[in-house]
Design a protein around this ligand. Structure first.
Ligand SMILES: Cc1ncc(COP(=O)(O)O)c(C=O)c1O
Length: 438
């Protein structure tokens, strides 16, 4: 139905907004927390056994989660941990990454990726992104060098980019591949679940993720030797025996642990959520792709390239405009039409408001900060080469450009058909006003 004159006037110019009720919060898994989580958590509480390895009556929630995770996604081994950040540190230490090593990572990521590399004593080597908003294989080829020990490939904003090309580069150049699947649990590409392309993969179950235990994470690897190190590293540096007690006798596994075990309470939450993950991502994917299809004739809005739409886990719609000014004006007008979440949510924003996801917004990186008095790892003799590296804006031209003129809309996992219709109507209304003729 054509819009009347007053409906045509943008809300930002005094017209009626498309909607007044806020959209639901992002936080995909949180909306689905219910009886199943309560029942499993209750079992742990009733058994008075919240520790995974021993206690009066362990309920084996974490163990069950790990077993079901392997069965669902085809991983050889899975270990639940306390966070996605810890998972990354464990993965790097399992691969023995340290001073003198570079880890290649895209400039659009999350600060945890950088902190894990720096705390390992290694140096981040930034790689540009492409139209998938994930690592650009061509820039990766250019940046790999003799010091490259690992590639940290982040499946950003719910969907993998050119992952097969990157896995092939890693293989042919003899560099280890870690997949950071924190933002993409339940995603896949051409039928292969994320986490199955690399040597090790990590996940996060923090509140903003596709499934949540409040906090939590997972490390997966098909390599049994690596996995043995992963298990020891996430704990106190050693394996455990059949009674769940530390066993220091294995000389090949005497390490320094990071204390990142998952408790059985978190395990109960994560287990209930993992059983809902396909439904959560299915709901987001359906809403998102209905919106994408409804906008695809608007040539002035360039939607992020997603190589395999069926494997998209769906939590973010990312789009680019001709320039920064248009991006900012479009998003402000869209918000005025009521396309935003409740107070405190981050649901509709230009990428310039997306903080620590962009390399040049991370002061600890640009200023090469250290956690210790001696400036480690920047000051380590094996890292002397890092003096030449600048992490300031300007290091990655595509990141800088896309950051300025791109925006995102989070896709809640509980959007109704009416919500989706409103989002589409608002986009088209603003586009009609800004891009004459459509
Ligand atoms: C890409 C990425 N890696 C790692 C993490 C860290 O996960 P966590 O918050 O569970 O430590 C996050 C999320 O916060 C993330 O988005």
């Amino acid at each position: 139905m054509p819009l009347s004159n007053s409906e045509n006037r943008l809300a930002i110019d005094g017209g009626d907004p498309v909607r007044t009720a806020p959209l639901p919060w992002e936080l995909p898994g949180a909306h689905w927390i219910g009886e199943e989580e309560r029942e499993l958590v209750d079992r742990v509480v009733r058994a008075q056994s919240p520790f995974r390895f021993y206690g009066p009556d362990p309920q084996h929630m974490v163990e069950t989660l790990e077993r079901e995770w392997c069965a669902a996604y085809g991983h050889g081994n899975a270990l639940a941990v306390s966070s996605g950040t810890a998972a990354l540190s464990i993965a790097l230490s399992a691969l023995e990454v340290g001073p003198g090593d570079e880890v290649l990572v895209a400039g659009y990521m999350w600060v945890s990726c950088l902190s894990a590399i720096v705390r390992a004593g290694a140096i981040p080597r930034l790689v540009d992104i492409d139209d998938t908003f994930c690592m650009d294989p061509a820039d990766l080829e250019r940046k790999i060098n003799a010091r490259s020990r690992a590639i940290l490939l982040v499946h950003m904003s719910g969907a993998p980019g050119r992952v097969a090309e990157i896995a092939e580069i890693a293989r042919s150049r003899g560099v280890r591949l870690i997949e950071d699947c924190a933002q993409a649990a339940g995603a896949s590409q051409n039928g292969t679940p994320v986490g199955r392309f690399g040597d090790i993969a990590t996940f996060s179950f923090q509140l903003n993720k596709n499934m949540t235990a409040g906090d939590g994470g997972m490390v997966v690897s098909d390599d049994d030797g690596l996995f043995r190190r992963i298990v020891a590293l996430h704990d106190l540096g050693y394996a455990r025996n059949d009674q769940g007690r530390l066993d220091t006798s294995d000389e090949t596994c005497q390490l320094w642990g990071v204390g990142a075990r998952m408790s059985d309470l978190a395990g109960a939450m994560a287990l209930a959520q993992s059983r809902k993950l396909a439904r959560i991502t299915g709901a987001m994917r359906r809403s998102k792709w209905r919106i994408r299809e409804a906008l695809c004739d608007i040539s002035q809005i360039r939607l992020r390239t997603i190589p395999d739409p069926d494997g998209d886990s769906g939590p973010f719609l990312i789009m680019s405009f001709a320039d920064k000014d248009l991006c900012s004006r479009f998003m402000t007008a869209l918000k005025a039409e009521g396309i935003q979440g409740p107070k405190g949510s981050l649901s509709c924003l230009p990428m310039s408001d997306w903080g620590l996801h962009w390399y040049f917004n991370v002061p600890s990186l640009t200023r090469k900060r250290s956690n210790s008095h001696d400036g480690f790892p920047w000051s380590h003799p094996a890292n002397a080469f890092a003096r030449e590296i600048s992490y300031d804006r300007g290091a990655l031209p595509v990141c800088d450009d896309l950051h300025d003129r791109s925006a995102l809309l989070t896709i809640a996992s509980t959007l109704s058909n009416d919500d989706v219709d409103d989002i589409i109507r608002a986009f088209r209304k603003v586009a009609n006003a800004y891009f004459q003729p459509l």
